[in-house]
Design a protein around this ligand. Structure first.
Ligand SMILES: C[S@@+](CC[C@H](N)C(=O)[O-])C[C@H]1O[C@@H](n2cnc3c(N)ncnc32)[C@H](O)[C@@H]1O
Length: 195
């Protein structure tokens, strides 16, 4: 994993949102949370959400309706996506591969539900390089973030996990975001299901 360009968070968000806006067709959003991405999805998108947390899913359902999405969010984890194979044009996940119980299984499922040639877009914070202060702090913080932040593990090498999956990685943009004296690595990964 290379080190990313030092970038303010606002720029990372803007580039992430620009990438999200390019998704088209039937888009499955895994771990959709409170629906933070509704504002940036292209209006033509047929949104399908998946969210395991009951209360968050209820809020998500209301927000989905207010954005004109007619399908209620699906219940469950992305390790077992309740959709048929080859049934979506794109999969979106923002800040979610850090939280899932089994990222490898999730990526198998993403490859299964995508149509051949379909796109997957992930925006994730990832493990910091070995020997850095940030890496040491994130390792220490891990038990705490696992407990209080949606199961978040800040020490995952998500880029390597996506590269090892059945998806073809098309593009990776790496950033380093300065936060409270730390240098948090962040990636924007675009991958495709092989045709
Ligand atoms: C940090 S939040 C991000 C929410 C949203 N994607 C965003 O960018 O605002 C992580 C989300 O992943 C969800 N999550 C946790 N485990 C999951 C799993 N196994 N499959 C799918 N989503 C999961 C959590 O319930 C939470 O909504």
């Amino acid at each position: 994993m290379g080190t990313g360009t030092r970038t303010p968070w606002a720029t990372v968000e803007a580039e992430r949102d620009t990438a999200i806006h390019t998704l088209r067709g039937r888009v499955l959003e895994i771990g959709a949370g409170d629906g933070a991405n509704f504002e940036v999805l292209h209006p033509s998108v047929e949104w399908v959400g998946l969210e395991p947390a009951r209360r968050r899913r209820a809020r998500l359902a209301g927000k989905a309706r207010s954005h004109g999405h007619r399908t209620a969010p699906l219940e469950g984890g992305a390790e077992a996506i309740p959709l048929p194979g080859s049934s979506v044009d794109a999969v979106l996940g923002t800040h979610v591969l850090c939280s899932v119980a089994g990222p490898e299984r999730v990526l198998d499922e993403v490859a299964r539900v995508l149509r051949p040639g379909g796109r997957a877009l992930f925006a994730e914070h990832v493990v910091a390089p070995a020997g850095t202060v940030t890496g040491a702090v994130l390792r220490l913080a891990r038990p705490f973030t696992r407990t209080v932040d949606h199961g978040c593990d800040p020490t995952r090498d998500t880029e390597a996990t996506v590269r090892a999956s059945a998806l073809d990685v098309a593009d990776v943009v790496r950033y380093t975001v300065p936060v409270l004296g730390l240098e948090i690595p962040f990636v924007l990964i675009e991958a495709r299901r092989p045709r």
